[in-house]
Design a protein. Structure first.
Length: 643
């Protein structure tokens, strides 16, 4: 039997029915339509109910597709093209919509089109699959766009990237062509990252890899990228021939990470500085107290003895200033914050600043034209002046004592999206106090460390390295921050930022003269450092007070009611082993209402400061002289007597 034998009619009909293909014919003269039962079923007509007109067919075609189908038929007849093909939707009586593909030809008689014949079939399943595929492709495109800045396919043999989604040029600054011409990854990856990057990728083999590296764009800018991908291996040779992956530009994330690490490092340094200052202040308290008592007992000093004492006091003053600077950096010193006008403060401190910078520096103060009236901020007046003084002296030293220094005050609404807003400054109304010099500038690699205590770019013997650390501490202690902008060869500007206050400006009270610092009152001293306890007790006794000195919170709380009733004032260190001095004062006041309290400490955190203020306790920071301590005690006792 020949394999090319023709099929008979019954076999053809059976094949068409099996394939669910219907046949149709249209008389172009009468518009009469003939079709098979498969066509009736496809178009939703019951067997034998099709009226056989072209209008009946078009009534079933979806309204949005009718004009297109008719135009395609007319064009086919007009152009006498070999084959007619169109896909369209039909709407069945049940409300269902199906996709139909029709193909046909025009038959002619003496060159005149007389009939169209063809076949049709339901292609709804295929169209649905195509739509799903398109949707999947779009989801992939969107996912790629969201998850990566671009998705790539990199052929190792051609050494050429194919970008599947995203913008390669926006991230790298290269087109695929310029990328290849510049030398590919070997050239655009930062030189310091090349070896490690290629080592990590090659070590992954055909396993997924995640690698972060820097690239250098054509304009010289550096960007951080995170590359997540995997390699494909030739199934026959096992050789890697292609990488597929997605790349994210993580430059901003890296900058945020660096700022966070810097903030954490500064917090750790602040905590360390506070604890060192605490221990050192205890030692200084003993030395200062001893010197004061010796001077008081020896009487008038002269000659070399006086010079020795003055040298010792000078050294102690410097040591005290260093520890206070450390506490200011760590935001641990108790602050006497009040609402002050920055504009007025600048004018009042101008003579002091001009004296500090010397004749070779021209100091100018400018207020932004938009600033009208006072600029109120909640800040410790003394600490603000200390921070400003350190910034001005730093500017003077940067210019080696010669050049202009500008102080610029501005106050404005700082929005979240404002490019000048430091990351750690909350949005809102803020004052910006900038100190600008025209020095050589700070190298970019040093900017991350300039606020660290004792880090300095100055030569030996020039400063302590605490000036910028103090400014940093003052700004953060009062809810603000400090920022820096520097350009090599142009200069540097440091800006103190403080939130504006809505409270009224503070008024200054005149100090009242005091006739005597001593007394015969009964004082309870609680101090866990034996050396400090002995020395403070002797300081107080030297002024006539009776002192009961205890070494722990437990001893103080164990006092009998009779013994506690004899106490006129509690003097306690804040930092005691176990229960702290604030809690001791609170429990003793429960037993003895309105017991006057004076707290002392070489180191307290911000939370302790708030508790001290809220309870109305007085505070004297260590180290202190016998006179300073006696003055504070006399003030507390006198205020209690008047209450």
């Amino acid at each position: 039997m020949s394999p090319h034998r023709s099929f008979d009619t019954d076999e053809l009909v059976m094949g068409l029915r099996t394939a669910r293909i219907g046949l149709w014919a249209v008389d172009l003269t009468t518009h009469e339509v003939r079709w098979t039962s498969e066509m009736e079923e496809l178009f939703g007509f019951e067997t034998g109910s099709f009226p056989g007109t072209l209008d009946a067919v078009m009534d079933v075609v979806h309204p949005d597709d009718r004009a297109r189908v008719l135009e395609e038929v007319r064009r086919h007849i007009r152009d006498r093209s070999v084959e007619f093909a169109v896909e369209y939707r039909i709407r069945l009586a049940s409300g269902e919509t199906h996709w139909v593909s029709s193909r046909g030809r025009v038959l002619q008689s003496d060159g005149v089109p007389t009939k169209m014949m063809g076949a049709a079939m339901d292609v709804s399943a295929r169209r649905k699959a195509e739509q799903e595929a398109a949707r999947t492709a779009e989801l992939f495109r969107l996912y790629s766009k969201l998850a990566s800045d671009y998705v790539y396919e990199y052929d190792l043999r051609a050494d050429y990237p194919t970008i599947i989604a995203g913008s390669f040029e926006r991230v790298t600054g290269h087109t695929p062509e310029s990328f290849q011409a510049s030398g590919g990854w070997q050239q655009i990856i930062h030189p310091d990252d090349r070896a490690d990057t290629f080592t990590e990728v090659m070590a992954a083999g055909d396993n997924p890899f995640v690698v972060e590296y820097r690239i250098v764009r054509p304009d010289g800018s550096v960007r951080w990228l995170r590359d997540c991908g995997c390699a494909e291996a030739d199934p026959e040779t096992g050789a890697l021939f292609r990488y597929v992956g997605g790349v994210q530009d993580i430059t901003e994330l890296k900058e945020l990470e660096n700022r966070l690490l810097q903030a954490q490092r500064m917090e750790a340094l602040a905590e360390l500085a506070g604890r060192v200052a605490h221990d050192f202040n205890n030692l200084l308290t003993i030395v200062l107290g001893a010197l004061g008592l010796v001077e008081k007992r020896v009487g008038e000093l002269g000659g070399e003895t006086r010079a020795y004492f003055e040298a010792a006091h000078e050294a102690l003053d410097r040591a005290t200033e260093l520890t206070r600077s450390l506490l200011t950096f760590g935001r641990h010193g108790l602050s006497s914050a009040e609402v002050v006008d920055l504009r007025a403060e600048l004018e009042s401190v101008r003579p002091l600043l001009e004296s500090a910078v010397g004749e070779g520096v021209s100091l100018s103060i400018h207020v932004a034209p938009e600033v009208e009236g006072p600029v109120p901020v909640l800040v410790d007046r003394g600490e603000l002046r200390l921070a400003l003084m350190n910034l001005v002296i730093n500017a003077r030293d940067a210019m080696e004592g010669k050049g202009p220094v500008q102080i610029v005050l501005d106050a404005r609404e700082v929005r979240r999206e404002c490019p000048e807003r430091p990351a750690d400054l909350p949005p809102g109304p803020a004052a910006a106090l900038a100190v600008i010099d025209r020095g050589p500038g700070i190298p970019p690699e040093l900017l991350a460390r300039i606020f660290e205590p004792y880090f300095t770019t100055k030569g030996p013997g020039r400063g302590t390295g605490l000036g910028l650390a103090i400014a940093y501490g003052v700004a953060h202690k009062h809810g603000g921050t400090i920022s820096v902008k520097s350009e090599l060869g142009v200069g540097t500007g440091f800006t103190l930022w403080f939130p504006l206050s809505e409270a009224p400006l503070a008024t200054r009270a005149e100090p009242r003269p005091r006739a005597s610092l001593g007394g015969r009152d009964q004082l309870l001293l609680v101090e866990d450092d034996p050396g400090v306890r002995v020395m403070v007790a002797e300081m107080l006794e030297s002024h006539g007070y009776f002192v009961r000195a205890l070494g722990s919170a437990e001893e103080a709380l164990a006092l009998s009611t009779e013994a506690l009733d004899e106490i006129d004032l509690l003097v306690s260190d804040v930092r005691l082993g176990g229960m702290d001095g604030i809690a001791v004062a609170g429990q003793l006041r429960e037993r003895r209402a309105r017991l006057p309290v004076l707290l002392i400490s070489g180191y307290t955190d911000a939370t302790r400061h708030d508790e001290i203020r809220e309870n109305g306790y007085r505070f004297v920071p260590k180290p202190f002289t016998p006179t300073a301590l006696a003055t504070a005690i006399r003030e507390v006792l006198d205020e209690a007597a008047l209450a």
